[in-house]
Design a protein around this ligand. Structure first.
Ligand code: PMP
Length: 413
């Protein structure tokens, strides 16, 4: 199957405004099917889930649980292995706070992590007096497996690793990393925020214990995401938050929790969000994740070739399309990365992002004080990618003429 880009662009209302949307690593556009599914919930069957016998409550519960099935199925999981959270950040924090840490535990994190898969581990290590170790990267922005092996040891409790970098688009061999970490007796948490939306992901062949991801980067709404927890790892975490909706029996001081994953979702969940997430995943599944990846790989190829011709452009990460997803973070000489982003929007209507993209240690490792980032999705076209490169060529010439520009010191976010 191939993605019929011209056919599907009509499904995304925002594209009719003429915007060239290349900020997909930040958040994706939403197809009408997602907006419609949420509208339907609000207009036709608003009710709380799990607690009512009425027709509306029944339908809301069925749709909510149906969404769980759809999302779980996309990543090769069973519905009862998937917790709905408010997003990847919440998923990582749930594990960091839900694990019962033991004295002497060590946590291993890679240098390419998003702050959301780094700071929760930094804090857990401080709070519980644990050692935090970093896995270093090679010159191309890829994981150094020797460093990984050195960082892991008999005391490692958990390896936190991203499947795809939100800055370089580099895809890590998480399957091998998980095997090595498991051999050392560690649990493995994979950050799938940038991989699950763009490539086929199968939790079982990957071998992860935990997989965190967000709906809004994969055509779904904001404020909802997933945490896959393997059956084996289930006993390792307990609910960090308690309240209504997760208990089967409460006698005052005693309470009995519902079964996993319901014990992890206290309070009224993001029902409309979950329903929208389900619709997004069904949309992706219809296209096929193989087709999505193939389309974006082709565009990545075109982009890398075109970006090579932009005078003064320094790209973070490898120049090879077989080593990265469609995310391009760069600087033009030492010009302000914010100014480049603003000019792209002003001159060509291209939406991108600038700054550290919540991955400051990664930028620091390669001597970048922020980057401008363009990132693709299934509705982007070759013409849009070419327009990006042409516009950057013009911007490089304009900024070049006006002197060296301001060096960036982007806020960390
Ligand atoms: N990890 C990665 C790799 C990301 O790109 C992001 C989003 N920028 C996150 C985690 C956090 O996702 P969210 O903000 O949706 O919780």
């Amino acid at each position: 199957m191939i993605v019929d880009v011209n056919g599907l662009r009509g499904d995304f209302p925002l594209l009719s405004s003429g915007v060239v949307y290349l900020d997909n690593a930040a958040t994706s556009l939403k197809p009408r099917a997602v907006i419609e599914a949420m509208r339907e919930y609000y207009e036709e069957y608003t009710e709380n889930v799990h607690r009512g016998m009425g027709r509306l409550a029944q339908r809301a519960t069925d749709e909510y649980e149906g969404a769980r099935e759809a999302v779980a199925s996309l990543i090769g999981a069973k519905p009862d292995e998937l917790v709905f959270t408010s997003g990847a950040t919440a998923s990582v924090n749930l594990v960091a706070q839900g694990l019962s840490w033991r004295k002497g535990d060590e946590i291993v994190v890679t240098r390419m992590e998003h702050h959301s898969n780094m700071l929760p581990w930094v804090r857990a290590s401080r709070t519980h007096g644990l050692r935090l170790r970093f896995v270093e990267l090679d010159e191309e922005g890829r994981l150094d497996f020797r460093s990984l092996e050195e960082a892991l040891g008999p005391r490692t409790r958990l390896l936190a690793i991203t499947q795809a970098s939100n800055v370089t688009g580099v895809v890590n061999d998480v399957k091998s990393a998980a095997r090595i970490a498991h051999d050392a007796g560690a649990l493995v948490l994979v950050d799938g925020a940038q991989s699950v939306p763009h490539m086929p992901v199968d939790v079982r062949s990957m071998g992860a214990d935990f997989l965190a991801f967000s709906a809004h980067k994969m055509l779904g709404p904001t404020g909802i995401g997933g945490l896959y927890v393997s059956e084996g790892a289930r006993g390792e975490i307990s609910p960090p938050w308690l309240g209504g909706g997760i208990v089967s029996d409460v006698t005052g001081e005693e309470y009995a929790l519902l079964e996993f994953p319901h014990d992890m979702e206290p309070g009224t969940p993001n029902i409309a969000g979950a329903i929208g997430f389900g619709a997004a995943v069904r949309y992706l599944a219809r296209l096929g994740m193989d087709a999505v990846l193939e389309h974006e790989s082709r565009l990545t190829d075109v982009a890398l070739r075109a970006l090579r011709d932009v005078d003064g452009l320094r790209l973070l990460g490898p120049w090879r399309s077989d080593r990265r997803l469609g995310i391009f973070s760069f600087a033009i000489r030492n010009h302000s990365v914010d100014e480049v982003a603003a000019l792209l929007s002003e001159m060509s209507g291209i939406e991108v992002r600038s700054g550290y993209h919540c991955a400051q240690p990664l930028h620091t490792r390669y001597g970048f004080r922020g980057t401008t980032r363009a990132s693709l999705y299934l509705y982007n076209t070759e013409d849009e990618v070419r327009l990006l490169a042409e516009s950057l060529g013009r911007i490089s010439a304009i900024l070049g003429r006006s002197g060296p520009g301001r060096a960036t010191d982007a806020p960390a976010h």
